[in-house]
Design a protein around this ligand. Structure first.
Ligand code: AMP
Ligand code: FE
Ligand code: FE
Ligand code: ZN
Length: 290
């Protein structure tokens, strides 16, 4: 690894804000980054870039470098695969259309989840769910939070386990783009496409992860998230091998969601994660060449 101290400063390239399902606002995330001593963070909200500008402004005030980004879901066979895109250019129609499509599907899906919950004896008011989400992208974590408040479940995990998780009775599949279409849209916006948390996709085998990586690399993937809160040493090593094999960048982040994911600290993950600034330096070099 890089021995320059500057390139060893801690960063976090995977952070969610209230603009999607995190519990801290974009500005508060930057404040948390400063508190944690991080040199840089990437804002990677689900399906939207709406929090990036606020974070960048607060970052300039506090001297924390902000990487604008986004996280979207795509479908590979039966698996949901998450893609991170770093430095998307604003206003590129093909890219904005992918985000708009994902947001529309949510608006269609959320009422169907509530209908199922009502059948299961947990009626909720959609207005309350919208209020829970503020003006951000609405998802299952917001539904789960209202369920806790209503006393249907004792916590977010119970809401997911008993009702909302895939395979549970109130789960409704989301319509997701094909990996090729999503990666192409990222590239059109000059965003660096990175496979998020390969060890946390629910893949059944190493071969399945391989197949996904091959498919994404063919489509234009440029990086892989090797360092991640819930990826152990073996999984990180497997990601580093994939990166070498396919000439991919290595990235790392915690998937910080604030109290929505208690126990995950910004920049530190479950406690011991260290993502060095040198990885961001390489990401920026890559972006310059796209
Ligand atoms: P959605 O975007 O509506 O499909 O919801 C997915 C989000 O729910 C993820 O990004 C996580 O933040 C959260 N999530 C998924 N599974 C769980 C779980 N078992 N417990 C708590 N939160 C979860
Ligand atoms: Fe999330
Ligand atoms: Fe993810
Ligand atoms: Zn995430």
């Amino acid at each position: 690894m890089d021995i320059q101290p500057e390139n060893n400063r801690p960063i976090d390239l995977h952070v969610h804000t209230t603009v999607s399902d995190g519990s801290l606002s974009p500005s508060q995330c930057v404040e948390e980054a400063q508190r944690m001593g991080l040199a840089a963070i990437a804002i990677t909200d689900h399906d939207t870039t709406a929090g990036n500008a606020e974070a960048e402004a607060r970052g300039r005030e506090l001297g924390v470098e902000i990487v604008p980004g986004v996280e979207i879901s795509v479908q590979h066979e039966t698996l949901t695969v998450h893609l991170l895109g770093y430095y998307p250019e604003p206003g590129v129609p093909e890219f904005e259309a992918v985000l708009a499509g994902l947001q529309e599907h949510r608006e269609e899906r959320n009422p169907r989840i509530l209908a199922r919950l009502a059948e299961l004896g947990c009626p909720l008011d959609y207005a309350e769910v919208l209020a829970e989400a503020g003006d951000g992208v609405v998802g299952r974590p917001h539904i789960a939070a209202v369920m806790v408040r209503k006393g249907y479940v004792s916590g977010l995990n119970e809401a997911f386990d008993r009702y909302l998780a895939r395979g549970a009775p109130a789960y409704i599949e989301r319509t997701k783009p094909e990996p090729e279409a999503a990666v192409a849209a990222f590239r059109q916006a000059r965003a660096v496409p990175v496979l998020a948390h390969p060890g946390a996709m629910g893949a059944r085998s190493v071969d399945e992860i391989d197949a996904i990586v091959v498919r994404l690399v063919d489509a234009g993937l440029r990086g892989i998230e090797a360092y991640y809160s819930t990826q152990g040493g073996g999984q990180t090593a497997a990601c580093l091998r994939l990166a070498r094999r396919f000439g991919l960048l290595v990235t790392g982040g915690t998937d910080f969601h604030g109290h929505q994911k208690p126990g995950i600290l910004m920049g530190r993950g479950a406690g011991s994660l260290h993502v060095p600034y040198g990885l961001l330096a390489q990401l920026k070099e890559e972006r310059a060449q796209l």
